[in-house]
Design a binder for this molecule. Structure first.
Ligand SMILES: O=C(CO)[C@H](O)[C@H](O)COP(=O)(O)O
Length: 262
């Protein structure tokens, strides 16, 4: 394992490395967004280079598309691919049912569409994302810019009507301007601390006009691979019960570790 990586990056790296073992020649793969997914794209590129693995990726953001192309991972659109064998993506939190909060990297809309259009979704994460209840991480909600303040007010009213105690809603900024997603929308973050009923909240949020999608992924994730800073990787799969608890040792590889800035 590269000695100069921080423990958190080592954890992300080993989770990504192990997840890529699930990829087989001929597969169409959803490529997630974020720092853990960036490791996964690098590991996939390494297998393509070294083993001649033949796959095509569907990126979930312009960032991931650029990274994949720069590393020689073939990419296509979801409309071309139509249906995917596997999506590998990071998460901001996952609970014991493998429900997720995603969207910390503002890519939740494409991520949810791509994961839903896949036979299987594997989440790769460091152990800090493993929570008993979702909600300590602010829940991202993608909203359209038109009338965004009204949409934000409607979300706040809904949280009051659901007796949610902690309900700060903040517009995500990029410097002085609202952050704009790949789909030209805004993101509001819901600071809820604890989400009692994620399924219900997800349904109610998506009923509000102006809400495009929310960052709760319910019954979408099949497996989580949890990485640790010492190289340990643990598989959790609540449906099949499949599991492993292994340790990965790696030598430095210039090809994988150079120029990773995501
Ligand atoms: O949902 C996401 C992007 O929208 C990411 O998967 C999530 O934010 C985790 O990111 P990281 O791997 O950098 O911790």
């Amino acid at each position: 394992m590269p000695a100069d990586l921080s423990p958190i990056d080592k954890a992300k790296f080993v989770a990504a490395k192990r997840a890529v073992d699930f990829v087989e020649t001929g597969m169409k793969i959803g490529l997630g967004t974020g720092s853990t997914s960036a490791w996964m794209v690098r590991c996939l590129a390494e297998r393509i280079r070294e083993e001649g693995l033949k796959v095509v990726g569907v990126p979930t953001s312009t960032r991931t598309a650029e990274l994949a192309r720069s590393l020689g991972v073939p990419v296509t659109s979801l409309d071309e691919a139509k249906w995917l064998d596997l999506t590998i993506d990071g998460a901001d939190e996952f609970d014991p049912q493998l429900n997720l909060i995603k969207g910390g990297g503002a890519a939740l809309l494409q991520e949810k569409i791509v994961a839903t259009a896949s036979d299987q979704m594997i989440v790769i994460a460091d152990a800090a994302k493993d929570v008993a209840n979702l909600g300590a991480f602010p829940l991202p909600v993608e909203i359209i810019p038109f009338g965004w303040q009204t949409t934000k007010a409607l979300i706040e009213e809904m949280l009051v009507s659901m007796d949610v105690l902690n309900r700060d809603v903040t517009l995500r900024m990029n410097g002085d301007a609202p952050l704009v997603t790949d789909e030209a929308n805004y993101i509001v973050d819901l600071h809820l601390k604890r989400i009692g009923n994620p399924r219900q909240l997800s349904l109610v949020l998506n009923q509000i006009p102006g809400v495009v999608e929310n960052g709760l992924f319910i019954d979408i994730c099949d497996k989580v691979i949890i990485g640790h800073g010492d190289g340990r990787v643990v598989l959790r799969d609540i449906n099949s019960g499949e599991t492993f608890d292994e340790r990965i040792e790696f030598a430095d590889s210039d090809n994988i570790f150079a120029d990773l800035d995501d």
